[in-house]
Design a protein around this ligand. Structure first.
Ligand SMILES: [Mn+2]
Length: 507
């Protein structure tokens, strides 16, 4: 309770890491975005024009005899009659801007400057609206998505069947008579694109897309199904200005949460109290969390995805915070590892310097044309040399660095925290990725060292491993690829040792 009171008073005057106090309103740049509820959602015109451009881009790439069908994410049950808050599937949101459950998008290939699109929306009875609030009307769905042909979700099977049977009435109504899809029907060349990469809701189950594919192929054996996930993922890689504005707002909110933690962090505070502060700042700015916050202290810092924690912070601890707000569906992802008492110990400093140097080396590699593997390679080289210097490995060739740094350096960032898209493609301006090297001297490190590299190696490093044991450090920033290099989007929070200590000691 004490923490919350302090939190509220602090929010009126949040200190920024560079010293001067700024009001919360100023610190978070204003971006006007739509309301995230069902009640009369409105959409920025910038995002609306993005939607049409995205559908056109997808419809240009697909087979002329193809049809895309995207289903919304299911409503997920938490327990009993309580569901989790609804989150639209990122692919469907990317193409329609619709946040509502029970939505379907059907697209045909781009033809004569038009991408024929059908949007199916849930219809709700007045009684249901009394309980669950307003749902989108046809006109609202049309205005939000920029799609003119709106139907009820219950009509989807009928419309799909009419399209597959080249129903003359429907083709006339939508001026589709000359569309190549229907010539393709006659030539038995029809392809139905589905997000076949979507995970099933339960293990062993089939996704809705796979079940749908089985059903329609039984009815229309001359048609084939094909995955659209990869094509969509590639489109999502390069961010538009409207997307970047949302991501940057999510980053500013995440930075504010880190500022709040820096102010409240002291021995005696529990990990869950720190998490509560983070979520408070997120929600205070109308944001959600993009992923459950990782708040890890002491030895917990060596667990990469440390779950909900209830350890009490102690003097001399490190606190690893891997957190990200999601603003209007767009994610941020930042990690800082901070000394609870404001000063790094000699051992913490030794490890921190290596991780920081690895991050710098990775930043210096990033420019158009480079691939993830090259960025990671530079980080690994720097980490390996550092570990060798500290006697934590005995040579840089063996791959023993992997005992300490066992994850990748980068992932894509966007609508999803681990955003979709292949990792083996050259960087292009407009892509956003994370850079997050780490070193973790976990309690079981010597056991793993012995299993993987033998007794002699384990004995050689034992004394140094004990010295650095339970130190886990990761530094993560979000980076935009530019024409000549990259721009670090999350440099608002200090990450260099001297700056971190100066920041923490000022509080
Ligand atoms: Mn990350």
């Amino acid at each position: 309770m004490k923490l919350l009171t302090i939190a509220i008073s602090l929010l009126c005057l949040l200190p920024t890491p560079w010293g001067q106090a700024t009001s919360a309103q100023e610190a978070v740049p204003r971006v006007t975005v739509s309301d995230d509820t069902n009640a009369d959602p409105t959409l920025d015109s910038d995002l609306a024009s993005d939607l049409k451009r995205r559908r056109d881009a997808l419809a240009e790439k697909m087979d002329k005899c193809g049809m895309v069908i995207l289903f919304s994410a299911p409503q997920r049950n938490k327990s009993g009659d309580t569901d989790y808050p609804y989150r639209q599937s990122s692919h469907l949101f990317y193409l329609t801007g619709i946040r509502q459950a029970d939505t379907i998008l059907l697209l045909l290939a781009h033809h004569e400057k038009v991408t024929p699109a059908f949007l199916f929306l849930q219809t709700v009875s007045p009684e249901d609206e009394l309980w669950y609030g307003k749902h989108l009307r046809r006109e609202e769905g049309s205005r939000l998505s920029g799609i003119d042909s709106i139907y009820a979700t219950s009509e989807f099977d009928k419309i799909f069947t009419q399209l597959m049977r080249s129903d003359a009435g429907l083709l006339d109504r939508h001026h589709l008579g000359k569309h190549p899809f229907f010539a393709g029907r006659r030539q038995k060349k029809t392809v139905v694109y589905l997000d076949l990469q979507r995970k099933a809701d339960e293990e062993g189950d089939m996704s809705r897309e796979k079940r749908f594919a089985q059903r329609f192929i039984a009815r229309f054996p001359d048609a084939r199904s094909r995955d659209i996930g990869t094509m969509l993922a590639e489109l999502r890689l390069v961010k538009s200005p409207a997307e970047l504005a949302r991501m940057q707002k999510a980053m500013r909110i995440t930075e504010q949460a880190l500022c709040m933690v820096a102010d409240e962090m002291q021995s005696g505070v529990y990990e869950y109290e720190i998490r509560a502060l983070i979520e408070y700042v997120f929600q205070q700015h109308e944001a959600d969390w993009a992923f459950p916050a990782i708040v890890a202290s002491g030895a917990n810092t060596t667990t990469l995805h440390y779950p909900y924690g209830r350890r009490r912070l102690e003097d001399g601890d490190l606190l690893l915070l891997d957190i990200g707000a999601s603003y209007d569906y767009y994610a941020a992802d930042i990690t800082r590892t901070l000394p609870v008492n404001g000063t790094f110990s000699k051992e913490q400093r030794d490890i921190y310097e290596i991780v920081q140097a690895a991050q710098e080396a990775a930043f210096a590699t990033i420019k158009p044309g480079v691939k993830f593997a090259q960025i990671h390679q530079r980080a690994v080289e720097t980490v390996s040399q550092g570990l060798l210097r500290l006697g934590l490995i005995d040579n840089v060739e063996s791959g023993a660095y992997n005992l300490y740094f066992m994850h990748g350096t980068s992932h894509w960032l966007g609508l999803d925290t681990h955003d979709v898209g292949p990792h083996n493609i050259p960087l292009t301006p407009g892509m956003v990725l994370t850079v997050e090297p780490g070193i973790y001297v976990s309690p079981d490190l010597l056991v793993r060292a012995q299993q993987m590299f033998g007794d002699e190696f384990a004995q050689k490093i034992a004394a140094q491993v004990v010295r650095y044991q339970n130190i886990g450090i990761r530094i993560e920033d979000d980076v935009l690829v530019t024409q000549n290099g990259c721009k670090i989007l999350t440099s608002g929070i200090p990450s260099k040792i001297e700056e971190v200590e100066a920041w923490l000691q000022k509080k």
